[in-house]
Design a protein around this ligand. Sequence first.
Ligand code: ADP
Ligand code: MG
Length: 321
Amino acid sequence: MALTETSLIERYFRAAGAQRSDVTLGIGDDAAILSVPPGSALVATTDTLVAGVHFPHGSPAASIGHRALAVNLSDLAAMGARPAWALLALTLPEAQEAWLQEFSAGLGALAQEYRVALVGGDTTRGPLCVTVQLLGLVPADAALKRGGARAGDALFVSGTPGDAAAGLALEQRRLEASRAAAEYLRERFLLPSPRVALGQRLREYASACIDVSDGLLGDAGKLAQASGVAVEVLFEALPVSEALRATLGDEGARRLALSGGDDYELCFTVPTANITQLHAQLPPAQWGYARIGSVRAGDGAHVLRDGTVMEFSHSGYQHFS
Ligand code: ADP
Ligand code: MG
């Protein structure tokens, strides 16, 4: 590499994230030292993005940087945690300054937005691959988990799932849309918005939560399995964006909302006794979430349409073939 590893880190990563007083020692030594406040539990997650697997080869570098952090922020959001510190393991085929500049700007902007300090990492040469480890804080014993849903709870989802899967299909030219719809949908894939604030507020109201990364129905099924219950999704209640509806029609949009990936929304359950407070404190229109169904005794994730069970394939790809 023309750029040495040390100057690359200095130039693009030392100042990329937020400054935090709980970073006792950041980038530069063999490891970082972080101070966890008394009464808080440390919440840790990591996710890897591999070129050609998790994003198309040639994706904008700013999007790769943004998504590498966003997918981890979404995991912490689902736990109700407040993000704090990130480590970045970056494998690059070559050190291209323009690419690094864009990548660190994309990652850095999101880190600043959520006050995440970049406290270390590793830089290696090889096929493009980005791993972020993200650490956050939650009041002791207050984290949201997948396993807390009970029969009778209401089921909710944030945002408009399906948009990101359509955005990826547009990127890969497997789908066509109007210019305005395409612009919106592609941005939902390239620059997802993790629901960090919502996740933290849901600690007060929700019984269980999962982040939607592999398709709403599949992820709702994981929540159901962890909780030992069944979830029922009402097809008519699925929130879909105008752009997705204009592109795929109402039926196709709702199907993709169930099966598409890369949404980074939250799927959560709320005991009926908490719903009035939830709606009063976090107005759904303002916070961007909607009720999509219920929890009952049983197992699995089921879709109901006009009161009858709908047979449903989990694969998103069929919609564009
Ligand atoms: P080591 O030889 O211990 O692996 P490195 O030379 O890889 O150390 O890293 C030097 C410092 O820079 C360490 O503090 C490390 O955490 C940090 N670092 C390395 N790569 C990155 C990166 N891509 N982003 C942020 N910090 C990094
Ligand atoms: Mg190293």
